[in-house]
Design a protein around this ligand. Structure first.
Ligand SMILES: [Zn+2]
Ligand SMILES: [Zn+2]
Length: 439
């Protein structure tokens, strides 16, 4: 090699080493610690997975979380929004506060996968990966407790109950909304909130097909703005008039009116709204009638509406009322609709996402940080992200070799535990980068 060329190569090599070193000390420090903590984190995850608890019943899980945080020396508050736990970790440097949220509840699903950590609570299952979310946040608390010198400020841990929503009959608020109402985002108010969600199946940006795309363990996914939908519920009662089945003209058939209403409500999506606005109106329950030979007096319909835009949603609600009013009046029936705006859409803060992605790419490789298309699901992380800028990202958990390919809320859902390392490292990088960012 000629001398000037050799010099140039040497210079380039030392420059890139200097650049890499700039980013690497914390990364390698955290990676080493997480690898060391991993067997213990797997045990915690399996313990939580074996003992799943339904929404607002997370007594054991909350106890386990609070014990762990206390052992680490965090300030702990329990009984928040029923069974929520808030942990507060103070770093060694002065700086702002950043919040991390992990939900803890499970679903009424019978687990079908036979693993050594299978649910021991019949008919209840961590089918949404909240066991892994809780484990990742506990892992983060332990990691940052070990490396307080890396925390320039403080971290507030929000272990949340009841993300999966309560039955329609439940009165009052729950979960994230209730935690916010109880003041978890105050004293101190965090400058940002982060949350992750385990995901096996995704729709990567740039794809339009309905095919199968996995987000595998070791990968993370993100959306730069809107992440999911406003997720609402409605209950409609159609009131008719009872009569003998042989003399329908003497009554008002609530079933016939309801059938017309069900079909007409679908016209909102197909004929009455801008086709560029995503909208789902699904009717999931229909109940009515007493006997084959009686004209039904009453029919109850239950369903969900999903939208992205809040003003557009209000328009949809108005259209639903117009259709229900028109159809019931036309037939001499009446209706009542109880519409509940359940969870607002999660909107990731673009600046926060942009500031966090370089660390993800550095840690996991650019190819493992995937931009995704927003879905029509709902999640109450949005209540935290309405108070301060939030970033809710996806943690890949699929692993085809291990047979972990099922989607969430199904009896075969599982998480490749390798993802726990990725989850803890991603949260740690997100939190530390935000704490170190100049105000
Ligand atoms: Zn869920
Ligand atoms: Zn979930």
């Amino acid at each position: 090699m000629k001398k000037p060329l050799r010099l140039a190569v040497l210079l380039l090599a030392s420059l890139s080493a200097a650049f890499a070193e700039d980013a690497l000390p914390r990364d390698s420090l955290f990676t080493r610690s997480v690898t060391e903590m991993f067997p213990k984190l797997v045990e915690i995850r399996r313990d939580i997975h074996r003992h799943p608890e339904l929404s607002n019943e997370e007594v054991r899980t909350a106890g386990l979380v609070a014990d762990h945080l206390r052992k680490l020396g965090l300030e702990v508050k329990t009984g928040v929004a029923k069974h929520g736990v808030v942990g507060f970790l103070k770093g060694t440097g002065e700086g702002p506060c950043v919040a991390v949220r992990a939900d803890m509840d499970a679903l009424p699903i019978k687990e079908l996968r036979s693993t050594p950590y299978r649910s021991q609570n019949p008919g209840v299952m961590h089918a949404c990966g909240h066991d892994v979310h809780t484990t990742c946040a506990l892992g983060l608390a332990e990691l940052l407790s070990r490396h307080k010198d890396q925390v320039r400020g403080s971290v507030k841990f929000l272990f949340q109950p009841a993300e999966e929503a309560m039955p329609a009959t439940f009165k009052g608020d729950w979960g994230a909304k209730l935690m916010v109402a109880e003041g978890v985002m105050d004293h101190p108010r965090p400058v940002a909130v982060f949350g992750l969600h385990t995901t096996a199946l995704v729709q990567p940006a740039g794809t339009t097909d309905d095919g199968v795309h996995y987000l595998t363990a070791g990968q993370v996914g993100f959306t730069p703005g809107i992440d999911n939908a406003n997720s609402d519920r409605f209950h409609i009662t159609i009131q008719g008039k009872m009569a003998h089945g042989s003399a329908p003209h003497k009554g008002v058939d609530a079933i016939a009116v309801a059938a017309e209403a069900v079909m007409a409500l679908q016209m909102i999506k197909s004929r009455q709204t801008n086709t560029r606005q995503p909208l789902v109106i699904s009717i999931g329950t229909i109940r009515g009638g007493d006997r084959e030979n009686i004209i039904a007096e009453k029919v109850e319909l239950g369903g969900t509406v999903r939208t992205y835009d809040a003003a557009f949603r209000d328009g949809v609600i108005e259209q639903m009322h117009r259709i229900l009013k028109g159809i019931t009046e036309a037939h001499g029936a009446s209706y009542q609709m109880d519409y509940r705006k359940t969870y607002p859409s999660i909107i990731n803060d673009r600046k926060l996402v942009e500031a966090t992605l370089p660390a993800f790419r550095r840690l996991f490789g650019a190819g493992n940080v995937k931009e995704l298309i927003p879905g029509m699901g709902g999640e109450d992380f949005s209540f935290f992200a309405q108070v301060v800028p939030g970033f809710y990202f996806r943690l890949g958990v699929a692993n085809e070799e291990k047979g972990i390919t099922a989607g969430g809320h199904t009896p075969l859902y599982d998480c490749d535990e390798e993802a726990i390392k990725t989850g803890v490292l991603a949260l740690a990088a997100a939190v530390c980068d935000r704490l170190n960012a100049a105000e």
